[in-house]
Every structure is written in structure tokens, then in C-alpha cells.
Design a protein around this ligand. Structure first.
Ligand SMILES: C[S@@+](CC[C@H](N)C(=O)[O-])C[C@H]1O[C@@H](n2cnc3c(N)ncnc32)[C@H](O)[C@@H]1O
Length: 281
């Protein structure tokens, strides 16, 4: 993931450069004069600038090819509710709405919120693509089935504890930046004519399985590291323990287990047929 850190450094540089640029460009207030004011001219419409400052990260738009790839990886369906954290000009939210999903952008800069609303209107998607002027760190993400983000590694890491508490199975897709030792479940390149910011990473929030479970085959003792789990079942070592949301697959004693985790119960199949487990502690 070293390339992602290099990207991080680039964005950080862009952020600093963009802030100094905007400070240098600030014009002094006009001096009052005794002359009559010139005829009022209509204010020119807001034009976003790549690299313009944002609360925690500057605005750089994701390429359309990458947005398409991110939504493919999330397997977005019309039943889903997507939230884009730091939604910029609304490209991801509007693309999700075009696929039939309900989607909401969270964006701190009011002018970007207005711009994205106009873009959604122009695309005929204003019903399903909505935008809220808010700080992504103060926004309730619990209703989201899919979360998309193009932020910074440090912001991803600040969000990580919140994301891990979301309902198991929530899909999180990021442009370029990783979440350190929470390995991505999948990583893909946009391909085609994408030239920068072309990598998408997908995580699926894993169910919590760490602890001791009672099963007809004896105790199932699990140690979990994000989507990976190991431990023992009866006396047998667990291998290949892997979670994808609520789905938990593992091998023990030469047999394969495939279960669904629902809070404090697991139900599914093992080598001897039906398999159930109940959380002890
Ligand atoms: C790199 S841009 C990504 C825009 C869009 N998601 C995309 O992929 O094209 C990051 C966006 O996050 C916004 N932003 C920065 N800090 C924020 C915060 N704390 N809360 C909400 N939005 C924020 C910026 O204004 C900017 O529009």
C-alpha cells in the first residue's frame, strides 16, 4: 500500500499549495470612494477549482471510470442507500442515483452542495440524489448500505472505528486510500483511459465473532482481526477463517464450515450437516 501513501503525500501537498494559493489570491476590500457605484452586474456563477480548499481535504473529483468501478465493486442495487462522504460536485451520488439507488452526499462546502444539487437536477436525478451541508465526522452513517469516500489516509483512519461499528455487510469503497492493517477485501483499477486516481478499494464490514461460542462439537474459540479469524473448534485448529459481512467461512478438523453470524448466534453447515453456535462470552 506504499503507493497509496505516496498519493497521500501528493494530496497533502496539493492541500497545502491550494490553501496558500487561495490566501495569496485574496483581494483587499475595495476602498470606499465618493463616486456613484458602477451599474450592478450579475454575479458570475460559481466555478469549482480542482484543489480548492475543503474543511479536511481539498476537492479533487474522482474520474467517472473509477466511480463506475467503485459502484460495480459495491454491487450497488436499487434497494441500497449510498452515502458519499465529502461529495464534491456530486458525481458519485448522481451516478448511484442513475443506477436506481437512493444516494446522499455529505459535503461541508455550501457552494459545492448547491452545485451538486444543480447537477442532480440537470441529470434528472434530484429525487434520488440528495445533498446535505454537513461535517462528515458529525454525520450518522448507520442507515447506509454503501459508503463511498475519496478523502485521505488519515481521515479514513479517523473514520475506521465508526465504520467498524456499522451493520455487518455495509460495503465501503474508497478512491485510492487504504485503512492500514484493515486490508481491503478487494482492490481494482478503473482501467480504460483513467490516468490518475484510478484505484478502488472495497471493505465489507465484518460481523463480530471474537470470543467463545458453544457448539455441539465443543467450544469454538475465536480471535478476530477485522475480516480474518482463527482459533479452535473442540481441539481442532481453525484455518482459513474469513468473514464477508455476516458470512463466515472456516475449516477445522479437515472439514469446511459456512455459517451466517447474527449477533450471538451462528447458523449454517459443517461437514456433519447443520451447524449452530451460541456466544458464551
Ligand atoms: C477529494 S474530494 C472528493 C469529492 C467526491 N467524493 C469525488 O470523489 O469526486 C473531497 C471532498 O470532501 C469535502 N470535505 C472535506 N472535509 C469535509 C468534511 N469534514 N465534511 C464534509 N465534507 C468535507 C471537500 O470539500 C471535497 O469536496
Amino acid at each position: 500500500m506504499r503507493t497509496h501513501m505516496t498519493r497521500a503525500a501528493l494530496v497533502a501537498t496539493l492541500l497545502v499549495t491550494a490553501s496558500s494559493f487561495s490566501i495569496a489570491q485574496t483581494k483587499p476590500a475595495p476602498k470606499p470612494s465618493g463616486k456613484p457605484a458602477a451599474a450592478a452586474t450579475a454575479p458570475s456563477p460559481f466555478e469549482p477549482r480542482v484543489g480548492q480548499s475543503g474543511k479536511d481535504v481539498v476537492w479533487v473529483p474522482s474520474p467517472q471510470a473509477l466511480v463506475d468501478r467503485m459502484l460495480d465493486m459495491a454491487k450497488l442495487t436499487p434497494k441500497d442507500f449510498l452515502m458519499d462522504l465529502g461529495s464534491g460536485d456530486g458525481i458519485t451520488v448522481i451516478t448511484a442515483a442513475k443506477r436506481g439507488a437512493r444516494a446522499m452526499g455529505i459535503e461541508y462546502e455550501p457552494q459545492m452542495v448547491e452545485l451538486s444539487k444543480k447537477n442532480a437536477q440537470a441529470a434528472g436525478m434530484a429525487d434520488r440524489a440528495t445533498f446535505m451541508k454537513a461535517d462528515l465526522f458529525e454525520t450518522d452513517l448507520s442507515k447506509a448500505d454503501v459508503i463511498t469516500m475519496f478523502l485521505l489516509p488519515s481521515i479514513n483512519m479517523r473514520l475506521r472505528p465508526t465504520i467498524l461499528e456499522l451493520k455487518p455487510g455495509t460495503r465501503v469503497v474508497a478512491n485510492t486510500f487504504d485503512m492500514e492493517d484493515w486490508e481491503a477485501d478487494e482492490q481494482q483499477n478503473a482501467g480504460g483511459n483513467c490516468t490518475s486516481w484510478c484505484t478502488a478499494l472495497l471493505w465489507i464490514v465484518p460481523a463480530k465473532v471474537q470470543g467463545v461460542w458453544q457448539t455441539p462439537q465443543g467450544e469454538l474459540t475465536l480471535t478476530q482481526h477485522f475480516q480474518f479469524a482463527n482459533g479452535t473448534l473442540g481441539g481442532a485448529q481453525i484455518t482459513d477463517g474469513r468473514l464477508r459481512g455476516e458470512d463466515f467461512a472456516f475449516s477445522a478438523g479437515g472439514g469446511k464450515f459456512q455459517v451466517k453470524v447474527s449477533g450471538t448466534t451462528m447458523t449454517g453447515t459443517g461437514p456433519a450437516g447443520a451447524f449452530t453456535a451460541t456466544k458464551k462470552n
